[in-house]
Design a protein around this ligand. Structure first.
Ligand SMILES: [Zn+2]
Length: 213
């Protein structure tokens, strides 16, 4: 295997960087909405502790959804066509991410494991794999969609023989309210190509991810 690296956090996107982009969130509109939320909660949005809250929340959201204005293809466009690398499995485990549940606007956080089988030595840097997870995590998301989007981006840009993506996450909306399943982890998977059809291969990959039986 070419990589068993465990990468920590991808550096956070700075809000200034997001706002410089051609398309970016409308902060003043978010601020207006947050003022309404505060009023709806029975608070006085103008009291001392809350005066800056709408702008802080707006900037926090801008960072949390920064991936909406980013393109996974840009990060994967630098492909190394290295014949001597061979076409063995490449895997990056435990890529930490933070995302925003589109149903509750509450964060969900966890790790993604990404594996692919290159074809013709077409490989990308391990840090790019982490970056792609971040691009799709930093949006209004559903965990299942996030998992599929990461897999499909690799299929589209690397043309690999197979891809496996497994995401394990804890959802704030589950932990803090309603069901109150504090320890519950949601696991979602996306298999493409050989990983979808070859059960033995898939079992091997899952076990390398630390998820096998
Ligand atoms: Zn939710």
């Amino acid at each position: 295997m070419a990589g068993e690296a465990v990468v920590g956090r991808v550096p956070l996107v700075r809000v200034e960087e997001v706002l410089e982009r051609r398309h970016s969130p409308d902060l003043s509109r978010i601020e207006l909405g947050v003022r309404e939320i505060l009023a709806g909660l029975g608070e006085d949005p103008d009291r001392e502790g809350l005066v800056e809250t709408p702008s802080r929340v707006a900037r926090a959201y801008a960072e949390l959804v920064a991936g909406s204005w980013d393109d996974a293809g840009e990060h994967l466009s630098r492909v190394f066509g290295q014949e001597h690398v061979g076409d063995d499995l490449v895997m990056l485990r435990a890529i930490r991410f933070a995302s925003l549940c589109e149903h509750h606007l509450l964060p969900f956080t966890g790790v993604a494991h990404v594996a692919y089988l290159p074809s013709h030595g077409r490989v990308t840097g391990l840090s790019k794999l982490a970056r792609v997870v971040d691009v799709y995590a930093r949006r209004l998301q559903m965990q299942e969609r996030l998992t599929g989007q990461v897999a499909d981006a690799l299929v589209e840009h690397l043309d690999p023989r197979g891809v496996a993506v497994v995401v394990e996450a804890e959802h704030t909306c589950l932990r803090l309210r309603g069901a109150r399943k504090e320890e519950a982890q949601m696991v979602s998977t996306a298999f493409r190509g050989a990983m979808e059809h070859d059960r033995a291969l898939r079992a091997e990959v899952l076990s390398l991810m630390g998820l096998g039986r």
